[in-house]
Write a new protein. Structure first.
Length: 260
């Protein structure tokens, strides 16, 4: 199945530079960032995924909520309008769960009242790209593979004072340290991406929670040349109410899905 995104068009220690006095060692702090989200419980999220290939650039945007303890979330993902501007694209509803992605209004011959279920453990990008939005907790768990990082400085994100870090993570290392729901997906991504190294910029608040993280992936996925992907996740309103109900078996589409 062509995913939403594809259908739309050094070592730790010596390289690590300590953060500021409150942030501590950058690599250690970033290894704990996902755990701080679990402690926070939940949040609202906004996502943006920019892809560039062959001189074409598209951006997919999403918004929703996520429960970091249950590893479940819901996003509304908006695809860019087609170049001719003739077809209005309805938002795709995505339900995120450990090892699975459910999509409604997927198109490609899927009935409007049916969901598409994708086993994210079988995707060569581990669903870091395919869904058009990176699972917020998976985005955080990529940081468990941080190999080197530097503290850039203090700044603000959406009015909140944050510490800005820049570094590189290794997807294979992240998979080994990830939660059970993301181990296989991140391991698949480590093998499926053009490179397992992921440059990133991340902004943490004074409680160590991710407020914004931007990853830069290089994905092949059957394309003639690698696709440059920049995935940005913005987290806010921690403690927000999250209610995610996964579809019943009868509501899941079992037919063949056309590639768009």
């Amino acid at each position: 199945m062509a995913g939403v995104a594809l259908g739309a068009g050094g070592c730790a220690g010596g390289d690590a530079v300590a953060g500021d006095a409150r942030g501590g060692d950058a690599v250690v702090v970033l290894h704990r960032a996902a755990d701080q989200l679990v402690e926070a419980g939940s949040s609202k999220a906004r996502t943006s995924m920019e892809m560039a290939a062959g001189g074409t650039r598209v951006t997919i945007r999403g918004a929703g909520v996520y429960d970091y303890r249950k590893r479940m979330g819901q996003l509304k993902v908006l695809l860019p309008q087609d170049p001719a501007g003739a077809t209005e694209r309805r938002p795709i509803t995505e339900l995120l769960a450990p090892g699975a992605l459910f999509m409604k209004n997927r198109g490609a011959g899927v009935p409007a009242d049916k969901w598409v279920r994708v086993d994210t453990r079988t995707l060569s990008d581990g669903n870091l790209v395919t869904g058009g939005a990176t699972d917020p907790f998976a985005a955080a768990e990529v940081l468990r593979g941080t190999r080197s990082a530097t503290f850039v400085g203090r700044t603000e994100v959406a009015g909140t004072r944050v510490r800005h870090y820049r570094g590189t993570a290794d997807l294979g290392a992240a998979a080994k340290q990830a939660s059970d729901g993301n181990k296989e997906s991140l391991s698949a991504a480590a093998k499926g991406f053009a490179t397992a190294e992921v440059p990133f910029d991340v902004y943490l608040d004074d409680e160590g929670r991710i407020r914004k993280v931007r990853h830069r992936f290089s994905f092949v996925g059957g394309q003639k040349s690698p696709v440059a992907v920049a995935s940005t996740t913005l987290l806010y309103d921690f403690g927000a109410s999250v209610r995610v109900r996964l579809p019943d078996t009868d509501d899941i589409y079992a037919g063949k899905i056309a590639e768009e």
